[in-house]
Design a protein. Structure first.
Length: 328
């Protein structure tokens, strides 16, 4: 994910990438090491950027305005707070942190940060064209009210990192619910607001690791659900998809279909809407860069909303464990 952010920061006007940090410096010589998303920068020529293997040293020496924090989730709270205290803005990868208490610590650090340093959590789907298209349809009521919406994210078990697989250790990643499925939880939060309650069920493998979670969100109207899975076969690979039933149209997105996005209107023919190219990483980084430059940006995401998404996922996990609805 660091390589993904790096590639897009480099493309921002008026921005210079002056430093890069990874405790394992072979990451800088070996190029892309795998991962579950395409488009990461594969270069090993970093121009004049200084390479560090120590975060504290980089903060002290590199005279930074902002960082992208794309490190394992356990590190998000401490390093975000450290950077904000130094007056350095932080774009921190999702999930914001392992629990809501840590999220609140990060929000409090941003409120007190010197130099007007800002915090953003990189919930890329809020900027991803096929999801921003859906947000506009829902807000404009172009096809009437939403009757039902389902969101899916299915992946093989992650294992691309070097060293021990921190993703499968729930105490480090939060497991499939917090690491993967939170993308869709945050999308439900973005599109329909904070749910009143969640009802979830889950599967666990023989090591007790959650591999599948399915949730029904009470958003006070539409039937809204989401499934997330880390148990797909290598031959299946990855799927991100949604199906939204409006009063007057069905809208379907599936990254594996020939037309990733299709509208099936009540009147007229099925069509594939034209949407802008690019991915959510590109637009989230541009949004944050523009915000740091003091430009007017549309309201898309706040750290408080990212904290709420962590709270919703926590409720989903508790519901799956107890077999009961959890009220938020
Ligand atoms: N938005 C998305 O679509 C998306 C996709 C994948 C991962 N992520 C998130 O990005 C974050 C990172 O995930 P990843 O897949 O890139 O993980 P990764 O394990 O592939 O990479 C993490 C890197 O952090 C380095 N590191 C660990 N501790 C360090 C420290 N103390 N100082 C400096 N470097 C250190 C490791 O050497 C490694 O290179 C996670 O929070 C994950 O949930 C988001």
């Amino acid at each position: 994910m660091g390589r993904m952010h790096y590639g897009y920061w480099k493309k921002q006007k008026g921005v210079e990438v002056v430093a890069l940090c990874d405790k394992n410096t072979t990451q800088f010589t070996e190029g892309v090491q795998g991962g579950n998303v395409a488009g990461a920068d594969n270069s090993t020529d970093y121009g004049s950027a200084v390479i560090y293997d120590d975060f504290t040293k980089m903060l002290a020496e590199a005279n930074l305005d902002a960082i992208s924090l794309t490190l394992p989730t356990t590190l998000h709270v401490a390093l975000t707070v450290q950077a904000l205290k130094a007056g350095v803005s932080v774009l921190c990868e999702k999930p914001m942190a392992l629990d809501a208490k840590s999220c609140r610590t990060m929000i409090a650090a941003a409120a007190k940060a010197p130099n007007g340093a800002k915090l953003m959590i990189a919930h890329c789907l809020r900027f991803w064209p096929c999801y921003t298209y859906l947000k506009k349809l829902i807000d404009s009521k172009k096809y009437g009210k939403v009757l039902a919406a389902s969101f899916n994210r299915f992946s093989v078990m992650p294992g691309w990192g070097k060293g021990p697989n921190w993703f499968t250790d729930e105490s480090k990643s939060g497991g499939v619910a917090l690491d993967l499925h939170i993308h869709d939880t945050d999308m439900v939060n973005f599109l329909f607001g904070m749910p009143k309650s969640v009802t979830s069920s889950a599967n666990y493998n023989s090591d007790g690791v959650m591999t599948y979670i399915s949730t029904l969100y009470d958003v006070g109207g539409a039937v809204v659900s989401s499934d997330g899975c880390w148990a797909m076969t290598q031959t299946f690979g990855f799927e991100a998809s949604y199906m939204v039933t409006f009063e007057n149209a069905i809208v379907v997105m599936d990254v594996n279909r020939e037309d990733a996005l299709s509208v099936f209107p009540a009147k007229g023919k099925k069509f594939a809407p034209r949407i802008k190219g690019g991915d959510g990483y590109e637009y989230e980084i541009k949004w944050f860069a523009d915000k740091l430059k003091g430009l007017d940006v549309e309201s898309v995401t706040t750290p408080e909303q990212s904290c709420d998404s962590v709270r919703i996922v926590d409720a989903e996990k508790r519901s799956a464990k107890s077999g009961r609805k959890v009220v938020l």
